[in-house]
Design a protein around this ligand. Structure first.
Ligand code: FAD
Length: 328
């Protein structure tokens, strides 16, 4: 029989739980308080004692480590295999994963192995009458569908910024249980030879309070430096529309939107971005949206808190100079 526990799949970045993992713990806590179960943070690979303590502080009742040499590095198939096997044996009610690149790759594999229902890209989640219910944005966020998984265990992938991490006053001495998987117990069809961590010194879009994003209205790739300059003065992250990512002006990691990143900063400054639904899908929940566009009819102005009708090539340097002056 399926239990009442809520599992979250914990991801780590430089030995610390990722910001999305802390959000999942808050989501897990919310569901567990309703289901009457406990929150288990599942780690595939290994976890340091500091990492486990952080999981406890942010809401985990229990940390389950599924360890195997092949899990030391990320390969979606092996990690999904380990997770699915553990869910099958221990029968939690729900498994939550983050909508990170890894989470979006692992979740459907686990669901397929278990024949379980999966809610993808949820922005809200609830537990009522033994059922997992999630809110899933459709058509670029213009429609919000409420969906239910009626059979347990149920899986959900949570978008970033859907839950705010709890204050870290949980249990740092959380119980850590390690389960060593048998040699040969994983498919191991792919061997990860090397992992290179990019050291850019840039503020990550997912963590930023302020984002300055550029679009095709910048005219040429060289003009993206105006976005970078304003971002630097503000300590902001740099975003982009898909149009300029596809054009090769900036790497994909900067893309905001339906097929890019979902962000929820305090301030989002859209520079020369028209406001297509696919772009809005990734940033419409920002607290304050400032749009700079030379077309007063641009759809972005319908969503913007503040609008500047003007040429980005003039407005951006003027803003950068003004903020620089204030900072000095
Ligand atoms: P445009 O739509 O060309 O807009 C440029 C804007 O700049 C215009 O409003 C114009 O008035 C203004 N402008 C021009 N010159 C100036 C100037 N000198 N000063 C000020 N303003 C100026 N898009 C995303 O962004 N993210 C996604 O994740 C995404 N996913 C997609 C998924 C699918 C399945 C599809 C079909 C599309 C997706 N798109 C996505 C693409 C999206 O539909 C738009 O094509 C894209 O967002 C447009 O980018 P843009 O606003 O930079 O360019």
């Amino acid at each position: 029989m399926v239990g009442r526990d809520i599992w979250i799949w914990a991801e780590f970045c430089r030995n610390e739980p990722s910001p999305l993992t802390l959000e999942l713990l808050a989501a897990g806590r919310f569901l567990a308080d309703r289901s009457g179960g406990r929150v288990t943070a599942v780690v595939t690979g290994e976890v340091s004692s500091d990492g486990a303590a952080t999981l406890g502080l942010y809401g985990a009742d229990h940390v389950l480590v599924l360890s195997h040499p092949a899990l030391a590095r990320f390969s979606d198939e092996d990690h999904a295999h380990a997770l699915a096997a553990a869910v099958k044996t221990r029968k939690p009610a729900v498994l939550l994963l983050g909508a990170s690149i890894a989470g979006k790759s692992v979740a459907p594999r686990v669901a397929a192995k278990l024949g379980a229902g999966l809610l993808a890209e949820c922005t809200a989640i609830d537990w009522t009458a033994e059922t997992l219910r999630g809110v899933v944005p459709l058509y670029g966020g213009t429609v919000l569908a409420t969906k239910e998984v009626v059979a347990l265990p149920a899986l959900a992938v949570m978008r970033a910024k859907s839950f705010t991490p709890l204050s870290p006053d949980g249990n740092p001495d959380v119980t850590v249980e390690e389960v060593r998987l048998a040699p040969g117990g994983l498919p191991e069809r792919v061997k990860v030879i090397e992992v290179a961590v990019e050291e850019t010194g840039e503020v990550r879009l997912e963590d930023a309070d302020v984002i300055v994003s550029g679009g095709r209205g910048l005219g040429r790739s060289e003009h993206y430096k105006l976005v970078r300059e304003l971002a630097e003065v503000l300590g902001a992250a740099c975003g982009a529309s898909r149009a300029i990512v596809d054009a090769g002006w900036v790497p994909y990691k900067h893309q905001v939107g339906q097929t890019g990143k979902s962000v929820k900063p305090k301030v989002y400054i859209a520079c020369g971005i028209s406001g297509a639904v696919q772009h809005l899908a990734g940033m419409r929940n920002s607290d304050i949206i400032v749009a700079i566009n030379n077309d007063v009819e641009a759809p972005i102005f319908q969503l913007a808190t503040y609008g500047i009708v003007g040429d980005v090539l003039e407005v951006l340097p003027a803003l950068t100079a003004a903020f620089r002056k204030r900072a000095s």
